[in-house]
Design a protein. Structure first.
Length: 401
């Protein structure tokens, strides 16, 4: 996730060649927040998802169609968009440190340490599918590569994606199955759902119990996230997002390649069972980055239109406090689905689950707009910045001139 921008907390569009926050980037980050919520909320709504089998209580044609569409359009694409923005934001931190004459390395290390701690707490208390710990660890690799050339970063990103795709293809060819015993997986899904329906102790115990399985997921997710980091780093070095108008032709080519190839791969991925099938997963690994890039290019071009600028202005506050919103999404989902709150785990059909995700995001848009009108940072962004800088930054926004 892109939780590392250290630009001055202003909300105006920056002209080309300058480095303040850019509304388009914050709006893109907000869209990524929505997409990743649409994916992640399914793991709160039912314990079956973590065991790679659908909840048998929701097996109608409509339920299957919604699950298929989420796999097709968002799974593996949403977090890659976040990862791209993390890498892009890293280049802004490099520029900020250079302008201010401060040493980036210790500051960024402290920031990553803070993210790691937040990630551990998130994984145990709220959502075992946390990505912050992975970003914190991979951020150290990004830090070590901070002086590489753009071409080197791009080649490394392509090799990472191709490498993990090759390994998965070998495993698929060897007949490896991710769900070796469907009956056992269904039984485990029922057990997990019942645990989520329990109180706080039951929920935390279930999160901890599932953590080892998440390490296996990260063997695929981690290299892909690092690849997206490097693509974002390259884009930041080329100032791609500070001059969208000047890069229209490049963005158009990304769409022309990304949509046909990415959607074709997404159809194979979703129709093959999503992350539960190694053949489909292999195709998804190789094509999801192209579809995620096409999404980003489309949004960036849309944000250049009059209507797009208005939409971006509405979205941007949520993107400016993405860390607070990411963790806030998990907290709200815990309150809705687990026994800590309403205890609806296993009781809500996939179409309603998606609508709940949209409703949560709309609430966050309103809250973010109200908060950022008064404050310079989101609450958790402020705490993380205080830890990074080893001093309390000013929270309240400056009075209008």
């Amino acid at each position: 996730m892109s939780f590392s921008v250290e630009d001055p907390p202003v909300s105006s569009r920056a002209p080309s060649g300058t480095f303040p926050r850019i509304v388009d980037v914050d709006a893109l980050r907000a869209v990524a927040l929505l997409l990743i919520l649409v994916v992640n909320i399914n793991f709160f709504a039912s314990g079956y998802s973590f065991h790679l089998v659908p909840d048998p209580a929701h097996d109608s044609w409509g339920d299957q169609t919604v699950r298929w569409l989420v796999e097709l359009l968002f799974t593996m694409k949403a977090y890659l968009l976040f990862s791209f923005l993390f890498g892009y934001s890293f280049t802004l931190q490099i520029d900020s440190a250079a302008r201010r004459g401060v040493d980036l390395v210790p500051r960024f290390r402290r920031r990553l340490a803070g993210l790691f701690v937040l990630g551990v707490l998130h994984a145990v208390l709220l959502f075992q599918g946390d990505i912050l710990t992975t970003y914190a660890l991979l951020g150290l690799v990004l830090l070590a590569m901070r002086k590489v050339r753009v071409g080197t970063a791009l080649r490394a990103a392509v090799l990472l994606t191709a490498g993990i795709g090759f390994v998965l293809a070998l495993a698929a060819t060897a007949g490896t199955q991710l769900v070796t015993d469907p009956a056992a997986a269904l039984a485990a899904g029922q057990q997990s759902t019942e645990a989520l329906q329990g109180g706080l102790r039951s929920v935390i115990t279930e999160h901890v119990r599932q953590l080892p399985a998440m390490f296996g997921t990260l063997l695929v997710q981690g290299p892909l996230a690092l690849s997206a980091f490097l693509f974002g780093y390259a884009a930041g070095r080329r100032r791609l997002l500070t001059d969208v108008a000047g890069n229209r032709q490049l963005l158009r080519r990304v769409q022309q390649v990304g949509y046909p190839v990415g959607l074709a791969g997404a159809v194979i991925f979703a129709s093959g069972g999503g992350t539960a099938n190694l053949t489909g997963l292999t195709v998804g690994v190789l094509t999801a980055p192209l579809l995620a890039a096409a999404y980003a290019a489309t949004l960036l071009r849309f944000f250049q239109t009059d209507r797009g600028r208005r939409v971006a202005a509405v979205l941007a506050p949520a993107g400016r406090m993405s860390l607070s919103n990411y963790l806030g999404q998990s907290l709200l989902c815990v309150l809705v689905f687990t026994g800590v709150g309403s205890g609806l785990a296993g009781a809500v059909a996939p179409p309603v689950v998606v609508l709940l995700a949209v409703a949560i995001f709309c609430v966050q848009l309103a809250v973010s707009a109200a908060w950022m009108a008064r404050f310079r940072y989101g609450p958790l962004e402020w705490l993380l910045r205080a830890w990074t800088e080893q001093q309390w930054p000013r929270l309240r926004a400056a009075d209008p001139a």
